[in-house]
Design a protein around this ligand. Structure first.
Ligand code: HMG
Ligand code: MG
Length: 307
């Protein structure tokens, strides 16, 4: 039996949250439906946050109302507080994610509170989710470096990670928000965290700003991590992490995992179709190297057949 890696597709949320032009809910829903059709089993489909902070995520409820749900697929959303949680439940969200950081300066800019305050804000969310039987995932941003504070000590990542696990989050996604980490650092960070928390509770969320994301994911796999966040077509970035580019492209991750013999349940060709469709809707080239190479190869083959 091949080993499985679970892909958490964050394109419809992290991928689109920083887009300046409004994107209609039906365009987002179409992307989510294509991802569902490609076999993606976990899709972060929106956010229930302040529309002043993240205008693009306003109307996430309309997106949830418009999607065609796949059997067994989890459709999740970010919920920073009880207000977001209640809205998410009303919209039919399956799972929610709370988000903090290993850097005080980033947390202040992102969610307007200290790390300790953020954990207190999440407490009622965790309590309500427990009551409702809803699973809660969590992010620790700036796990490999901060745009404001620079280097981030692994102890800080550990403290927030353990705080979130203690309050009942089932999985912690370690965010390299600005993509500065390198494979040795990521591998060491995970080995360090494994002393304190089960590796099964850790995921990696790599932005590709410095071109290190795939290598960082490989290092995380070597350290035992089996959950990887990624964004179709490499879309994305956080508005509070200036200069940070998109997440690692899901197509590139799936191509690498296929080569390594891991099972993801994702059909790469259908995934490429999803990435090409949203890229044309946004009027830009697909940011995935694998998708671009495979699409070009396919076009060459088709033109040869037609000659
Ligand atoms: P605050 O100012 O501390 O809270 O914001 P507040 O309760 O005073 O509310 C401020 C305003 O937001 C009020 O509106 C509230 O009504 C409204 P106003 O009176 O000014 O008109 N509000 C809400 N509206 C809709 N839904 C809600 C909600 N809550 C309050 N749930 C808050 C705190 C967290 C709300 C705010 O700072 C916020 O929404 N920030 C957005 C943060 C965000 O979404 N960032 C991007 C996602 S994180 C990320 O990308 C990183 C990640 O990918 C991992 C990685 O890469 O590292 C996850
Ligand atoms: Mg992110």
């Amino acid at each position: 039996m091949p080993e499985t890696v679970r892909i958490v597709e964050v394109g419809p949320r992290d991928g689109l949250q920083n887009e300046q032009r409004p994107i209609a809910p039906h365009v987002k829903a179409r992307l989510i439906d294509l991802l569902t059709g490609a076999g993606v089993s976990y899709i972060e489909a929106g956010s229930f946050v302040s529309p002043k902070a993240i205008p693009q995520m306003a109307g996430s409820d309309e997106v949830f109302a418009a999607i065609s749900r796949g059997a067994g697929v989890v459709y999740a959303a970010l919920t920073p507080n009880m207000r977001g949680y209640d809205q998410a439940m009303a919209a039919g969200v399956d799972e929610v994610a709370v988000f903090s950081a290993a850097s005080e300066a980033f947390n202040q800019r992102n969610i307007n509170c200290s790390i300790a305050e953020s954990l207190s804000r999440f407490e009622p969310v965790l309590a309500a989710a427990k009551r409702d039987g809803v699973r809660v995932r969590a992010y620790v941003s700036c796990a490999a470096g901060c745009p404001y504070e620079g280097a981030v000590a692994p102890e800080k990542v550990r403290d927030v990670t353990l705080g979130l696990l203690d309050m009942g989050c089932y999985e912690i996604s370690l965010g390299d928000t600005i993509g500065v980490g390198t494979p040795g650092q990521i591998g060491e960070l995970i080995e360090y965290l494994k002393v304190w928390a089960p590796v099964q509770s850790l995921a990696v969320h790599c932005h590709d700003t410095y071109g290190q994301a795939l290598a960082n994911i490989y290092a995380a796999l070597q350290a035992g991590v089996r959950v990887v966040d990624s964004s179709v077509a490499g879309l994305g970035g956080c508005p509070f992490a200036e200069g940070a580019t998109g997440n690692v492209a899901t197509e590139d991750v799936v191509y690498m995992l296929n080569g390594l013999g891991y099972e993801t349940g994702i059909d790469l060709d259908a995934l490429i179709e999803a990435g090409n469709t949203i890229s044309s809707a946004l009027d830009r080239p697909n940011g995935s190297r694998a998708a671009t190479a495979i699409s070009r190869k396919r076009a060459r083959q088709e033109s040869q057949t037609n000659e």
